[in-house]
Design a protein around this ligand. Structure first.
Ligand code: CA
Length: 481
């Protein structure tokens, strides 16, 4: 029903405008599409290592997340939303490019301060696509797609950058550029910093391409990001804008400011999440104060499964291709566009954000290269009967090896164990390799059904092998400094 209302409103506005033409009318078919006034502001809030069970609207008992819960009540909650790897850098490459990490050469684990690779500047990022459509763009938070100048957000479609270039358990690489007025901790000189390369948990805070604070006091980060985010939204209230807000938390080491410390029943981890929830509340408050809540879509999700937190009913955690490593909480909010209080159980992925928001901004995903993500606007807008655009989803490990596939309710996992017969049994066929789970009936991946359905397992194993071979043929290299 909501979809009908939206279309009618879009139609009235479109035919009522002098610019109405065949192209604009053509856009009606895909709803809030090309008309200039319809380009929504886009905010993507990306938690770091937050699990499927770490928000109260996803079942957390000891952690209270009222602002995110309200976001879910006013928007759509996804139950089957996946990231493309169980660790940081690869999934971020998927968000930026709409591709599997291996497609863009970013599948081999995370980047470290000594790494010389990064997201290839020849990739077309979601920020570049939106910028071309007239969006103001900002990245505020943890980047982790390369800290050399050519890989930083300001070289990848973002007008500005404020944040830490990699994880908060890392340290300073030798080649960072310092701002002239950089605040260094008393007594620390640059040479000492270089010698301290093996130090951990001491990270630089950057503005654009320069270090402005080292080591940043981590307990200030969530709140500083929030201030920056609210300032950016306020300065660009006339829109359209794209804000990418990848939080540093709740990645280890956990830090939170004094006013949140000791407040949550969920301990320090709970404090950290509740501070992030407060941050979301501040952003929603700004959108309402500025009167742009109906012009804005907000997505809240996480880059991979929990290290410190909880995967809820899911098996596994960060680093694994069990559901807990890669299935994430995901909420989409957009009053008037995304139906309130809804749940979507169709399979969607972090790769889908690029084609979807490209469409809403009046353009489309690049056509000169393979893009794995699909436009999920029919799901987000609650179109009746809308189905996942993915025939299958492929689970690549932290090191970029394809370990599992999901098709419909079935998930097949490859095994390294050799097929073998029972001792003394010379006649029956060997036990098939791998494991098979029905995720609809068994969300916790507890009951291996491979012996019951060897045919399904064989089909999925073949699908998986073919996908990986095909992907290798069309993969593109990471950038190299
Ligand atoms: Ca992470």
């Amino acid at each position: 029903m909501r979809r009908t209302t939206l279309t009618r409103r879009t139609f009235l506005r479109t035919v009522g405008s002098a610019a109405a033409g065949a192209a604009a009318l053509g856009a009606l078919g895909r709803s809030a599409g090309a008309a200039e006034a319809d380009k929504p502001n886009v905010i993507i809030i990306y938690a770091d290592d937050q699990g499927y069970g770490d928000l109260s609207c996803y079942g957390a008992q000891k952690i209270k997340t009222p602002h995110i819960d309200r976001m879910a009540a006013e928007g759509m909650k996804f139950t089957d939303f996946y990231v493309t790897a169980p660790v940081c850098s690869p999934t971020r490459s998927s968000l930026m490019t709409g591709c599997y990490p291996k497609r863009v050469g970013m599948h081999r684990h995370v980047l470290f301060p000594h790494s010389t690779r990064g997201l290839n500047p020849s990739e077309i990022t979601i920020a570049e696509l939106l910028k071309k459509q007239g969006y103001a763009t900002a990245c505020i938070g943890k980047w982790h797609l390369g800290h050399q100048k050519q890989f930083l957000p300001t070289s990848q479609g973002f007008d500005s950058y404020f944040g830490i270039p990699f994880s908060n358990d890392m340290s300073l690489p030798a080649n960072m550029t310092f701002a002239k007025d950089v605040r260094l901790d008393a007594g620390l000189e640059v040479e000492k910093l270089k010698a301290g390369l093996k130090a951990r948990n001491k990270v630089p805070l950057m503005r654009n391409e320069q270090v402005i604070d080292y080591p940043v006091v981590q307990s200030t980060l969530t709140e500083r990001y929030t201030e920056e985010a609210v300032a950016f939204v306020t300065a660009n209230k006339d829109g359209p804008f794209f804000l990418y807000l990848p939080h540093t938390m709740p990645h280890y080491p956990l830090h939170v400011s004094a006013r949140f410390k000791g407040k949550s029943a969920g301990g320090l981890f709970g404090d950290v999440i509740e501070c992030m929830d407060w941050s979301c509340g501040r952003i929603f408050e700004a959108l309402r104060r500025l009167g742009i809540e109906k012009k804005t879509i907000v997505v809240y999700t996480s880059d991979n499964g929990p290290a410190a937190g909880s995967a809820g009913p899911l098996r596994g955690k960060k680093g694994s291709t069990w559901e807990g490593g890669m299935r994430e909480p995901c909420i989409m909010w957009g009053p008037g566009r995304i139906p309130a209080g809804t749940v979507c159980s169709e399979l969607a992925t972090i790769m889908d954000l690029l084609p979807t928001f490209a469409g809403l901004a009046g353009t489309k995903a690049p056509t000169d290269r393979v893009i794995d993500g699909r436009d999920i606007w029919p799901l987000m807008s609650g179109r009746p009967g809308a189905k996942s655009p993915h025939d299958a989803f492929f689970y690549y490990s932290a090191r970029g090896n394809l370990e599992a596939v999901r098709q419909g309710d079935w998930k097949y996992r490859k095994s390294t164990r050799k097929a073998r017969r029972k001792k003394g049994d010379k006649t029956s066929p060997p036990k098939p390799k791998g494991e098979l789970y029905n995720l609809k009936e068994d969300i916790g991946e507890k009951t291996d059904l491979i012996e019951k359905h060897p045919d399904i397992a064989r089909r999925l194993a073949a699908l998986m092998a073919k996908f990986d071979t095909d992907l290798e043929k069309t993969s593109r290299p990471a950038g190299q400094a």
